[in-house]
Design a protein around this ligand. Structure first.
Ligand SMILES: Nc1ncnc2c1ncn2[C@@H]1O[C@H](COP(=O)(O)OP(=O)(O)OC[C@H]2O[C@@H]([n+]3cccc(C(=O)O)c3)[C@H](O)[C@@H]2O)[C@@H](O)[C@H]1O
Ligand SMILES: Nc1ncnc2c1ncn2[C@@H]1O[C@H](COP(=O)(O)OP(=O)(O)OP(=O)(O)O)[C@@H](O)[C@H]1O
Ligand SMILES: NC(=O)CC[C@H](N)C(=O)O
Length: 575
């Protein structure tokens, strides 16, 4: 029996077109004789649909689209399609209104609805807000003719049918042996193994972070070998706002070996076959090497490219704009944007001030030429003088300081938004994670933008990405990489005058933000106490800026985005 993994890229809430995507893949798979099509978690509405789920009309439309898919599936093909189902007990028992579900479609109808059992509500996930946990072990028997779900005792005895256990994403993430603790009361895979299914499918929407695929494959390998069960893991691909879904769907046989691997960061269709004699899965398509990305920089770059591409596409932008300072942050963002949009759809704007170095222009021009993107130059001195004159009645007699310095950044941010607004471009902001953490950025200045492309990329990683980009030829001008970083807001200014060296800063930030270490713990790891105290203070104080920042693409386990919920007016991290 042939089973297809439909690694699709849905747009959140675009039910009609998502349904069309599912049917298009189904028709493709039908040509290869596929009996069962597997789609990712919530494939009909895309993951995460967030508060769209609060609209009853949204849930009703999903029901209609689901039935339409069931009717239009190619003859002889069954499918598992991710959807939601209303919880009939919701009002009476104070339960959550919906189930996160998988619909089994066969013979023109919705045959059965399975409910996700383990609901993640940590980091970026918020499933307890909408969903009730499913109570039942999810499985069905699929014969060459039809699918029979639930109460399967009779069909399970039929030799010719394949017994398939259904799990939805988090359902797989609770093995006591693997984690060294129990994350939830139940273990859906264990329940399925106990029932004697032939194959387990895991239909996921698992967002990307560095190293996540290795973790997923370790979990899958553990489950396959522990229960001697083949597992088909289907992941969503595509970016939705801050979250990037990398695909990388993968199929394990019962020996825990990978038999098939879908592409990373692209839609894909993979077909496997279950052999009833061997009781095992094998691949019809060879293992796709594109799915096996080894280099972390290559992986992060691909993720960010997909993040920009899908954000622009799904928000209907065909062109992007950014300020080019000749520094590495804007250079890296320009390189990502060029790969995502195509060189002719990226506009770089150079806006030198009297404090700008000559190399800020020469490096920015060299970058634009290397990338083949269009660039414009608008010196900002006149605008600065105009600001000075207007503000003179209030500012005269005061000392020149940060407010005056920041005017340059605010003029640039305004000009960029004016151009973006005039031509319908998307403004990309260029702040990195280290700067966003300590507030080394100007609100309503360089923080302006629609998408913060590298907001989750620490500065040390910005360097390694630039060096990786230059591995074959110079794309980011080497001078930009080698010069000391500077905001160039006053003569001779260097980042390192205000901040510790980035290697030190990034280590402290990682301990504080990702590992939740306390001030004494960070000091104990070898950092200077004054530096640690200063950094923590800066991080706490900059919360107001981050709350107003554009959405940033997530690539680490803990990003300043939907998974970071810090109070602004607070006293705990520092007094
Ligand atoms: N809790 C709070 N809630 C709401 N608003 C709050 C606030 N705390 C301060 N504010 C307001 O925000 C202002 C301070 O923020 P803001 O105006 O952004 O400016 P500020 O943080 O004072 O200065 C920006 C810093 O970033 C550096 N910079 C700027 C641009 C680019 C780069 C770079 O290298 O990329 C670095 C620059 O050299 C300077 O050190 C306060 O004066 C106050 O008006
Ligand atoms: N002279 C300039 N011309 C155009 N844009 C600028 C200029 N200076 C700053 N910007 C914009 O503001 C952002 C923040 O710039 P700044 O140079 O202050 O900090 P940075 O973090 O060192 O960034 P970069 O490495 O890109 O220089 C830049 O990435 C760029 O988009
Ligand atoms: N959608 C989900 O259930 C995702 C949760 C899961 N632990 C993951 O990140 O892969």
């Amino acid at each position: 029996m042939k089973i297809a993994v439909a690694q699709i890229n849905p747009t959140i809430g675009d039910l009609v077109n998502n349904a069309k995507k599912i049917l298009a893949v189904a028709n493709n798979a039908a040509k290869k004789g596929v009996r069962l099509l597997l789609t990712p978690e919530l494939s009909l509405c895309g993951y995460p649909p967030r508060d769209l789920l609060l609209y009853p009309g949204f849930v009703e439309s999903m029901q209609q689209q689901l039935e339409a898919i069931a009717q239009q599936l190619p003859k002889g093909m069954a499918a598992l399609v991710g959807t939601v189902e209303a919880n009939p007990s919701a009002t009476s028992k104070g339960q959550k209104p919906l189930f996160n579900s998988m619909a089994l479609l066969d013979e023109g109808k919705v045959q059965h609805i399975f409910h996700k059992r383990l609901l993640p509500s940590y980091d970026v996930f918020d499933e307890d807000r909408y969903f009730q946990s499913g109570y039942e072990t999810n499985y069905f028997a699929l014969s060459h003719q039809n699918a029979v779900a639930s109460d399967l005792d009779d069909s399970f005895s039929e030799e010719s049918s394949l017994k398939i256990g259904v799990t939805i994403c988090e359902d797989l993430w609770n093995d006591e042996q693997f984690w060294g603790k129990r994350n939830y009361e139940v273990n859906p895979i264990e329940d399925l193994a106990y029932l004697g299914v032939d194959v387990v499918v895991n239909l996921s929407a698992s967002p990307y972070s560095v190293g996540k695929q290795k973790l997923r494959e370790a979990i899958l390998h553990h489950a396959a070998t522990k229960y001697k069960l083949p597992i088909i893991y289907v992941n969503q691909v595509g970016a939705n706002d801050d979250l990037i879904f990398d695909g990388n769907s993968v199929v394990f046989n019962r020996q825990g070996e990978i038999v098939s691997h879908a592409k990373g960061f692209e839609s894909d269709l993979v077909i496997v076959e279950f052999d009833p004699i061997q009781q095992n899965l094998s691949a019809l398509t060879p293992i796709n090497k594109q799915g096996v990305i080894l280099d972390e920089n290559e992986e992060i770059f691909a993720a960010l490219v997909l993040g920009v591409k899908d954000y622009a596409h799904k928000c209907n932008f065909s062109q992007v704009i950014l300020g080019l300072s000749g520094g590495i942050d804007s250079s890296l963002v320009a390189a990502i944007a060029t790969e995502a949009m195509g060189a002719d759809r990226v506009l770089g704007v150079l806006m030198p001030s009297p404090y700008s170095s000559d190399h800020s222009i020469t490096d920015a021009v060299a970058l634009a030429k290397n990338l083949g993107i269009r660039y414009e130059q608008f010196p900002i001195q006149e605008a600065m003088s105009a600001y000075d004159q207007i503000l003179a009645p209030l500012f005269t007699g005061t000392e020149f300081g940060i407010a005056e310095e920041n005017i340059q950044s605010r003029i640039r941010g305004n000009l960029l938004m004016a151009i973006a607004n005039k031509f319908g471009y998307l403004l990309l902001s260029t702040g990195n994670k280290s700067e966003m953490a300590v507030g080394y950025c100007t609100l309503y200045g360089d923080m302006n933008g629609g998408l913060a492309v590298i907001a989750d990329v620490p500065k040390t990683r910005v360097y390694s990405l630039c060096r990786w980009l230059n591995r074959h030829q110079e794309i980011i001008p080497n001078h930009a990489i080698n010069k000391p970083p500077s905001a160039e807001l006053k003569p001779g200014q260097l980042d390192q005058d205000s901040l510790p060296p980035y290697e030190i800063l990034d280590d402290i930030l990682d301990r504080l933000i990702c590992q939740h270490q306390s001030e004494p713990e960070i000091i104990q790891s070898g950092h200077h106490s004054e530096v640690v105290h200063q950094v923590i203070k800066l991080v706490a104080r900059a919360e107001f800026k981050r709350r107003q920042a554009p959405p940033g693409l997530k690539i680490t386990d803990r990003a300043f985005g939907t998974g970071w919920r810090m109070p602004i007016a607070s006293r705990w991290l520092v007094n």
